[in-house]
Design a protein around this ligand. Structure first.
Ligand SMILES: NC(=O)c1ccc[n+]([C@@H]2O[C@H](COP(=O)([O-])OP(=O)(O)OC[C@H]3O[C@@H](n4cnc5c(N)ncnc54)[C@H](O)[C@@H]3O)[C@@H](O)[C@H]2O)c1
Length: 325
């Protein structure tokens, strides 16, 4: 139980809506800012029926909010989930990628500087910041060699949080998160998350295409487990800047598809050679070491049953397809 205040930027998106709901349940006073931007998972429907009655909702791009400094000043915790998560779209639209994956964080950092902010920030980075890594598992000291605009802009934003945390005096955890899945993940458009795309295509009776080989491993994290870990993390009052790997469970793509086919009862899959453009930005199979984060929260990362959590995700996507969302 707490009477602290939390600002959730990108709170109408996939992960943000789960986090905001969990913070409300834990009695945080929550303010959500979300621009509901095109090409993102931002959608007011994500906030329906989540028990967010006590949350304040601001549907505007963060860069356009005139009293952002005051909002920041009154927030004990700031969760920055603002992003454009489409990798290939970023290659084709480099300026838009910078506009969504770098500029909003600069606007936030400037407001924190203006407010002389001394609270705690959780920045949502990604595993993609590392690029292709040969060692597995690899820890936070591994070099960052992002292979796409999103990874480059997210890394630049992370570095700005690091530098300004020292200059301004706020503390910051930068979460380098693996592939996440669960209810409310974006299913519209060509480029959606791996698990959501597989489920959507199977439910629509399409043939899912796997590139390379079904033996390739993906590190998968259920959104409830991610939120659980974040709530544990904010309980640990620490100063300074800390990058933290947030991994999940390694699963081969063929095992994943076998479970999903059984749950969806539709669709098929085939294995195709990797297209050149995708191969150049493929980050490979290496798994993140999560010992640092586990040491801080004092337990192993929660890892829900794979079949059960995928089943929950299938039901959500089936419902949304039926409703035409
Ligand atoms: N989903 C995953 O598998 C995954 C994996 C690793 C890291 N992450 C990171 O977690 C965070 C959340 O991801 P998600 O999957 O929930 O994405 P999402 O697209 O569902 O949510 C992002 C939200 O940010 C909002 N937004 C973007 N720019 C904004 C701005 N300038 N002002 C206000 N709102 C803005 C969008 O409208 C959207 O609602 C992102 O930083 C993402 O890179 C996600």
């Amino acid at each position: 139980m707490t009477d602290k205040s939390a600002l959730v930027l990108g709170g109408a998106g996939f992960i943000g809506s789960h986090l905001a709901a969990a913070l409300c349940k834990t009695n945080f006073k929550v303010t959500i800012i979300d621009g509901l931007l095109a090409h993102t998972g931002g959608d007011k429907c994500n906030l329906d029926a989540l028990g967010l009655d006590n949350a304040e909702l601001v549907f505007e791009r963060v860069e356009r909010i005139h009293d952002l400094t005051e909002i920041v000043e009154s927030s004990d915790f700031i969760f920055d989930l603002m992003a454009l998560t489409s990798h290939q779209f970023g290659f084709e639209n480099l300026a838009i990628d910078a506009d969504l994956n770098l500029m909003p964080h600069i606007a936030l950092i400037m407001a924190m500087k203006e407010a002389s902010y001394r609270g705690h920030v959780v920045y949502f980075g990604s595993r993609g910041q590392y690029g292709a890594v040969s060692d597995s598992p690899f820890d936070e000291a591994s070099p960052l060699h992002p292979l796409d605009p999103q990874g480059i802009h997210k890394t630049a934003a992370e570095r700005l949080f690091e530098v300004y945390s020292r200059r301004v005096g706020f503390s910051c955890d930068s979460l380098r998160i693996t592939n996440c899945y669960g209810p409310r993940q974006k299913i519209k458009g060509d480029e959606v998350g791996l698990v959501a795309q597989f489920i959507r295509d199977l439910l629509l009776g399409r043939e899912v295409q796997i590139f390379g080989s079904g033996e390739r491993t993906k590190d998968l994290l259920f959104v409830d487990d991610l939120v659980h870990t974040i709530l544990q993390l904010v309980e640990t009052a620490r100063g300074g800047f800390q990058p933290l790997n947030v991994g999940g469970r390694p699963v081969s793509i063929s095992d994943l598809l076998e479970i999903l086919q059984e749950k969806c009862k539709k669709g098929s899959y085939s294995v195709k050679p990797f297209p050149d453009d995708l191969l150049q930005s493929d980050t490979g199979d290496a798994i993140m070491c999560t010992q640092l984060l586990e040491g801080i929260i004092g337990s192993n990362l929660r890892c829900s049953d794979l079949s059960e959590s995928l089943g929950i995700t299938v039901i959500d996507i089936r419902n949304r397809l039926e409703l035409g969302h």
